[in-house]
Write a protein that binds this ligand. Structure first.
Ligand code: SAM
Length: 345
């Protein structure tokens, strides 16, 4: 007799795709491959460097990612913690670069990193099959940068890393900047110049209540509208058309067409309706939203001997329950149990 999982799987067809109960198709998987980070950014960490959550073996991440890819995931972003700290990263990327999507194409493979180790790793990452990196960078002057990361010398190190990544062809190279009023909002205009000089896409991201400590208030968020106004005063901005419906960034260039700026506004202009993401934490839990109050223990099932088919069914069922939206700024908003660095941003 067929068991419940086999019945569900076969009733879903040969190649069921990840969808949720709100009709969204999920094709973007973010995987945290370590909970450790070598930076202590003031808006993210309390100052401790140690990991709070376990790491899986590289083979285990690979098996889980393969199951996700069999369900229609076409884009995989490795993150952390700081993913470049992870031993076995090159082997993981080599294996992932060999996978094919349901459309028989290579995966889109990206890494989000603080860039500290990128100078030495950019060329090997490219050779292993990585397509792109996004580097997090919250200031374009060294003293402000180092006040935020709390690591001396970090600005020059990251700048070298960015240049090495561009040279290695890990492009388009994106730089993500989280703005906090009173900390680094004086960097906005400097970032515009940086985007043009360094030939990188700078994306400003609104600060979300996902920090380890308690820093977030609505007032500390620098909203998209304000950033656009400030940049337009320096140089007229021209909005660029979206490339796909699930694109999180509003894209702008300058009147002379040189440089690209993106604005990601999860707080002031939430884009949950077009969300196409799920996340896997370093210890193998599925999170269907950054702000989920529950986690789904995929690794627990793998450990207790589940077959790939059983993992598929579990993922399909879990993703069906993806939250409609987050509730930042609403009465009764609850911070999730994990902060950004422990979820995998
Ligand atoms: N260590 C890697 C890095 O620095 O990119 C990956 C992990 S880090 C948590 C990923 C991204 O999350 C960084 O760009 C960081 O700025 C961003 N981030 C951290 N806390 C955030 C928050 N509360 N709101 C918005 N973005 C946040």
């Amino acid at each position: 007799m067929a068991d419940a999982s086999t019945t569900l799987s076969s009733s879903l067809g040969l190649n069921p795709r990840l969808t949720d109960s709100h009709g969204r198709v999920i094709h973007d998987l973010r995987v945290s491959i370590t909970d450790r980070c070598n930076y202590k950014c003031i808006y993210c960490r309390t100052g401790e460097l140690g990991a709070q959550y376990a790491e899986l073996g590289i083979e285990e991440y690979l098996r889980l990612i393969r199951v996700f890819v069999g369900l229609g995931i076409s884009k995989v972003r490795l993150t952390g913690g700081e993913p470049l700290l992870r031993r076995g990263l090159m082997e993981l990327i080599q294996e992932l670069a060999g996978l094919r999507t349901l459309e028989d194409k290579p995966l889109e493979l990206a890494v989000t990193t603080n860039g500290h180790l990128l100078d030495g790793l950019a060329a090997p990452l490219k050779a292993a099959g990585l397509n792109r990196v996004t580097v997090s960078m919250d200031a374009v002057d060294a003293p402000t940068f180092e006040k935020i990361t709390r690591v001396p010398g970090s600005f020059e190190t990251v700048l070298e890393g960015i240049r090495a990544a561009r040279e290695a062809g890990l492009t388009p190279l994106k730089i993500n900047c989280v703005l906090l009023r009173g900390f680094n909002d004086d960097q906005i205009e400097g970032f515009a110049r940086f985007a043009r000089q360094e030939d990188v896409v700078v994306r400003f991201i609104e600060f979300m209540p996902l920090e380890e400590g308690r820093l977030w208030t609505p007032e500390i968020v620098v909203p998209l509208k304000e950033i656009v106004e400030r940049l337009s005063r320096v140089m007229p901005l021209v909005e660029m058309p979206p490339r796909e419906a699930s694109e999180t960034a509003r894209r702008y260039t300058f009147a002379d067409g040189v440089g690209e700026i993106g604005m990601i506004a999860p707080v002031s202009q939430a884009f949950c309706g077009a969300c196409s993401r799920v996340r896997l934490t370093s210890d193998g839990k599925i999170r269907t939203c950054l702000f989920s109050q529950v986690e789904h223990d995929l690794y627990g099932r793998l450990k207790s001997g589940a077959s790939d088919e059983e993992l598929r069914v579990y993922i399909l069922q879990t993703v069906q329950g993806k939250e409609a939206r987050h509730h930042i700024g609403e009465p009764g908003f609850l911070k999730p149990s994990r902060s950004m660095v422990h979820i995998g941003g």
